[in-house]
Design a protein around this ligand. Structure first.
Ligand code: HEC
Length: 447
């Protein structure tokens, strides 16, 4: 079996062969008149043309493999299509050449001439679009003398010199949006709030820089080669720790370049221009870091740099006594607690009252019961409560629905009678009671 993907790069070498052969065919057609040198003409073209077609087919096959692994498939569509047209026209040229040898007449000669011209045009277009992929839009105009350029020479294209270094009141980093879009598309599903694979998060700038379990800095501003993120995406695909993991497609090389440029030029994240990070209370930052070292996900909430969220749902069951002691100093800041997926000791539910600022509480897949929910009565701010897949019954839900600020209640997989469910929905029109099935969302009614 041929491993086409690893040979894809050959495309860039091989492509010169059919071009050379094709130019040879054209040159012979122009220089060697068929009337005078019939035999030499037919023999030479009879060899060059099939060779040209053969090497073109190979080049296209390698190009296909290269495009699949290393490029954005849509971005190379023009080049690819023009390449196919060239292959088609060239095939027609070969067959009409054979036809014209067998039956020399106006028809066969005409088709042959037309298909040669079509091949030439397709070849020029293929080369042009190919150049755009490797050298950028301005490749052609950049080569023209100054007075022939239609637009002012842009600084795109080359891209080797990071001329976008943020200084003073410079506009945002020119690579930021694109770089962040790459992370969002390929990485954050595994390195975000919900899944923090390898203890690493990319959705929060500070954590993206700090790094994960390897204890190596994830992003070192200005130094791509010292950044674990770059190291991981540049590892060979089959190496352990290569990112994204090798069942996912590799990042195309131009995306890797983009991430490098972004880090070289300071690696700012969207929304950082206002320096929100600088305003963080260093005392809380320190406390959060200490909690992270215990294996818990902690962070500032997305909407405020003084409110804190703690996620205890992913670690193994934490020692609640220790947790409680560590969380108490944060009690006025803790607004978001994810305590899902755990079998908590009974004290957990009574101790929750020490965090009266809670606005959002995840208890799905936990051992919470109707009796435990009575402890929640003191929460004046709680607006989100998730009780999905627990033993809570109708009576527990009724308790929960007495929370004054509640607007969202999640009840997937609870054992409820449809009649009772309907009843509580009617009684609490301002609470979105969400669940039973994910599709079945009860939107709060308009008043
Ligand atoms: C399918 C899930 C998945 C995706 C997608 C993914 N990763 Fe990972 N990542 C992991 C896992 C699992 C680990 C932990 C194992 C390891 O360190 O190799 C990890 C670890 C890491 C680490 C090391 C953290 C540390 O300090 O230990 C970095 C850096 C990283 N990933 C970057 C990325 C980048 C950049 C992307 C996007 C291009 C990405 N990951 C996409 C699953 C994923």
């Amino acid at each position: 079996m041929i491993d086409w993907h690893s040979l894809g790069a050959l495309h860039l070498v091989l492509l010169h062969v059919p071009i050379g052969l094709f130019v040879g065919v054209l040159a012979l057609e122009l220089a060697l008149s068929r009337e005078k040198h019939q035999e030499a003409h037919d023999d030479a073209i009879g060899i060059l043309l099939p060779l040209c077609l053969l090497t073109s087919i190979l080049t296209v096959r390698f190009g296909y493999a290269l495009g699949e692994t290393d490029y954005d498939w849509d971005a190379i569509a023009d080049h690819r299509n023009a390449g196919y047209v060239f292959l088609g026209a060239l095939t027609l040229a070969l067959f009409s050449f054979w036809w014209s040898r067998w039956r020399p007449n106006m028809w066969s000669g005409g088709v042959y001439a037309i298909s040669l011209v079509a091949s030439l045009i397709a070849l020029i277009l293929t080369g042009h679009f190919g150049g755009v992929i490797t050298h950028g839009e301005d490749a052609l105009t950049d080569a023209l003398p100054e007075f022939m350029k239609t637009k002012p020479s842009a600084t795109t294209g080359g891209g080797d010199t990071p001329d976008g270094v943020v200084s003073g009141s410079e506009p945002a980093n020119p690579y930021m949006d694109e770089a962040y879009a790459i992370l969002e598309k390929s990485c954050i599903e595994c390195h975000g709030l919900d899944k923090r694979k390898g203890g690493y998060r990319l959705d929060v700038p500070r954590l993206a820089r700090v790094g994960g379990e390897s204890n190596k800095p994830g992003i070192v501003s200005g130094e791509p080669d010292a950044s674990e993120l770059i190291h991981r995406i540049m590892l060979p695909r089959d190496a352990e720790g290569a990112m994204p993991p090798n069942k996912k497609p590799a990042l195309p090389s131009e995306q890797i370049d983009m991430l490098r440029l972004w880090i070289e030029t300071g690696a700012p994240f969207p929304g950082e221009e206002n320096k929100a990070e600088a305003k963080l209370d260093p005392e809380i930052v320190k406390q959060l870091e200490a909690l992270r070292e215990l294996g818990w996900a902690t962070d500032f909430t997305p909407w405020s740099s003084s409110k804190v969220l703690v996620n205890l749902s992913q670690a193994e069951l934490p020692d609640w006594k220790l947790c409680h002691a560590k969380l108490l100093p944060l009690s006025s800041k803790l607004v978001w607690l994810n305590a899902a997926n755990q079998v908590w000791p009974p004290e957990f539910y009574t101790d929750l009252k020490d965090f009266p600022q809670l606005q959002r509480l995840h208890l799905e897949h936990s051992n919470v019961t109707d009796a435990d929910l009575v402890q929640l009565a003191s929460f004046k701010q709680l607006n989100y409560l998730n009780l999905a897949s627990t033993k809570v019954t109708l009576s527990g839900l009724k308790t929960a629905l007495t929370l004054p600020a509640l607007t969202e209640l999640f009840i997937h997989n609870l054992d409820l009678k449809p009649k009772d469910l309907k009843q509580i929905r009617v009684e609490h029109p301002n609470v979105a009671i969400i669940g039973q099935s994910t599709q079945e969302v009860n939107k709060p009614k308009e008043k």
